[in-house]
Design a protein around this ligand. Sequence first.
Ligand code: F6P
Length: 522
Amino acid sequence: MPVITDFPEWEELKKHVPVVSKNNINKLIQDPDRINKFVFKTERLLFDITKNKIDSTALDILFRLAEKTGFNQKKQDFFSGKPVNTTENRPALHHALRSYENKTLPYPENIRAEARQSLASIETIYNRFCSTDNKKITDVIFAGIGGSITGPKFLSNALKPFFKENAPAVHFLSSPVTDVKSIIENLDPKTTIVIIASKSFSSVETIKWWSVIQNIFVNAPDFQKHCLAITAAPQKAIDAGFPEENIVHFPTWTGGRYSIWSAISLPVIFQTGPEVFHKFLNGAAEMDHHFFTTETSKNIPLIFALLDIWHSNGFEYSTRALLPYHPGLSLLTEYVQQLEMESNGKSFVIENGIANYKTSGIVWGLPGTDCQHSFMQLLHQGTGIHPAEFVGILKDSFNSDHFNEMLVANMIAQSTGLACGSETGDADEPYRRFPGDRPATVIFLKEYTPEAIGSLLAFYEHRTFAEGAMLSINSFDQWGVELGKQLAVNILDNLNTSNNDWIKSYDKSTQNLLQEFTRKNR
Ligand code: F6P
């Protein structure tokens, strides 16, 4: 099977890089026509890539390259439920959870039915626990790891202005690095719900939390009735002591990092009610429709995936800073980090062995304006170039303190500063020189609504899929995390044995570390 580097357009692209490199971004953005060419809009979002080193010729080559890689057929396979997750032989249909009613999309009928059923079961649970005569739920303890927590944590923060009155507080438990035990010990078990979320029901951190929670509430009468398991492995949840009627299934074709659209978001639905969650799903469904139906040259997630490939392979930029400038988006970087890097941080190319080109770069960042008092120094004046992606909200009707104005002003200022630089400062003060010519992308939610948030996350998902598809990567497995899990389990098991002979099976460096630990703890 040919890969992206096998097509003549790849060479054409490589040859065009030095041509574009000569153009300073500061100069490029003096051209008013750039707004027509490089600003894209949907009903909810605005995307501005004007301040990137890209021109119409580059885009034209990239579009032709996308078509050569079979992107359109791969997109068709993705939406029609073909097993695009080839190593696990399953489809990746998380988008069906929000778009199952869209007849333009080629979902098989059984998938539509399963998605409909999945949403219905969320509502049944909501009604059971949050109906008007049973509304005294003050707290939710939610334990999960990776994709089973990053989504609801992001969403609970993002949808805060849309919470219903007396919404329960949600206490998120993932890796045991934060001390939340002292908080949950003081909760009233009568008004607390526990949710254990794990697709496999085998992640060690999550299962450990379940036993810690059971120990804390061991004397609370009927406490099991307040405990829910969200999983695609119901038998394991039954074995762990969950009543069958408290097990919420989610479809196996929903990957962990794509599960925000599923029952995994139940704690947030307890806070907002189902209507707000539907709006969130609807916004994402709009992006699905755009992505599936829009031609190559206007397809926004595809354009961004191509820009990512252009940056990583044309310019060898190895990282991208993702900088959200709004409190509701403050966990966006963490969310997109898992989405992009766990999906495309791979070198195995389907049917072709190891990639001879760059796949996913590193996504990193902090919310603005904190980032400005930290690593923005390096983005403005460091030796390496790291494209910055700013995400903000144009109209925030919930903000009465003009904070949004301050945030947007800073965000725009940073983007112009990176692109244009500054020559101010005397000749004898070269350290005050800002070279500029550094790429900056701006994404705006037009309004702060659940729909816009849904649309934004679906945009990031489809951008990730498009990049993986064009680079011949399976974006839906995550074998790279398995080795660490196995090694840790072995070490943990051995630490509980009485002698230390097992340590000798490790390399000298690791032996030394294990000995340091056992000396202190035995
Ligand atoms: O460790 C990575 C991972 O496999 C993620 O992909 C997944 O979201 C997470 O673990 C949690 O898995 P589970 O939901 O099965 O507990």
